[in-house]
Structures are given as C-alpha cells and as structure tokens.
Design a protein around this ligand. Structure first.
Ligand SMILES: C[S@@+](CC[C@H](N)C(=O)[O-])C[C@H]1O[C@@H](n2cnc3c(N)ncnc32)[C@H](O)[C@@H]1O
Length: 176
C-alpha cells in the first residue's frame, strides 16, 4: 500500500521537470519510454512533446491515474530515448535503438550500468542553486551540440559548487 504522506518525495523535482521540458523541446523525439511513471508528473510533460510516450509503472494505483500507453512492466520498443525515474529491469541497458537517457535525480547504480553498456557515451548533471538533486543526461553517440551542452553544464556546476563552498566557508567564519 502506498501512503499518501510519502508521495511528495516520489515526485520529480521542479528543476528536473523544467530540465525535461527543455531536453524534449530541443530533441523532439518520436518515441520515448518512461520507466517509473509514479503520479505522472513527467508523463504529462512527455505527452506534450512526444507522439509516442510509453510509461512503465508496476503499481496499479498509479497506473490508474497515468494517461496514455501504460504497462505494468514489459514494453515493446524501439524507443529513441528513455526517461528514468524508477527501478528498471536488469536488461534495460540493452535497448538497441535508444540514443539517450534522462535520469531524474542521481540513480548512481543505474547510471554506472548504463555507462558500462555505452562506453563512448557522454554524461552530464544539472542541479539547482541550492545544490539539491537535479537530473542527469546521458547521450549514447554524442555530437558537437551534446559536447557543447555538457561543457555548459560542467561550467555552471563548477561555478555553483564554488559559490556553495564559499557560502559555507563565510557562514562558518561568521559563527566564530
Ligand atoms: C520516484 S517514483 C516516479 C515519480 C514520477 N516520475 C512522478 O514525478 O510522479 C518511482 C516509480 O517507479 C516505480 N517502479 C518501481 N519499480 C519499477 C520497475 N521495475 N519498472 C518501472 N517502474 C518501477 C515505482 O512504483 C514508482 O512509482
């Protein structure tokens, strides 16, 4: 049984929602598989940008509120991209046609699995000002615009990281 009090932490962050809108707006994919539909925050965004958006969600109570094509676990591809915000089956990295994965939050283990399966892939992270969790984008065969996006993301991340450290340092100084 899913308790309603625990739901907010399940929902994709507003930062990741904006990131997904921007990503889909640039790529305009023909087909996407969403793993972990939950309450449908990302599903709703996906349907606005993609003609074939397929969602996998094992929980019946969530499947009832999800719109579009929704499956409890199995799916049939091919899909151009994957949006990951759930626990995929072990073979999820073997999708031949998949060119990119958008990951809500961190999902360290699944990211590592994917990077092992996609040796030449490019991965970059975006996080909000408060350094809370953001999202990752992994591109299987990156071209110049992906490298440019990754470089921009790394630069912003480095700058925000320095600002956060400087802020923490000056707060510690004031307390002394
Ligand atoms: C963090 S929630 C997703 C939240 C959703 N993106 C939203 O913003 O509403 C993770 C979801 O993954 C689902 N999940 C768990 N195991 C899964 C699996 N093997 N395949 C697909 N989804 C799974 C859970 O039931 C849960 O609804």
């Amino acid at each position: 049984m899913t308790h309603i009090e625990s739901l907010p932490r399940w929902i994709a962050s507003p930062f990741a929602q904006r990131g997904l809108r921007a990503w889909l707006g640039t790529r305009r994919p023909a087909s996407v598989l969403e793993i972990g539909g939950g309450l449908g925050t990302l599903t709703q965004i996906g349907h606005a940008y993609c003609p074939r958006w397929v969602t996998v969600e094992p929980l019946t109570e969530f499947r009832r509120v999800l719109r579009g094509e929704v499956w409890p676990q199995a799916w049939s591809g091919p899909f151009e991209g994957v949006v990951l915000d759930g626990e995929p089956s072990p073979d999820w990295t073997t999708m031949d046609h998949c060119q990119w994965v958008f990951i809500e939050g961190n999902r360290r283990g699944q990211r590592a699995d994917l990077l092992r399966a996609w040796p030449g892939a490019l991965a970059y992270q975006r996080r909000p000002w408060d350094r809370s969790k953001g999202y990752w984008v992994i591109v299987r065969h990156p071209i110049w615009r992906d490298h440019l996006a990754a470089w921009a993301a790394w630069s912003v991340e480095a700058m925000l990281g320095l600002l956060a450290r400087a802020g923490a340092y000056s707060r510690r100084g004031k307390r002394r």
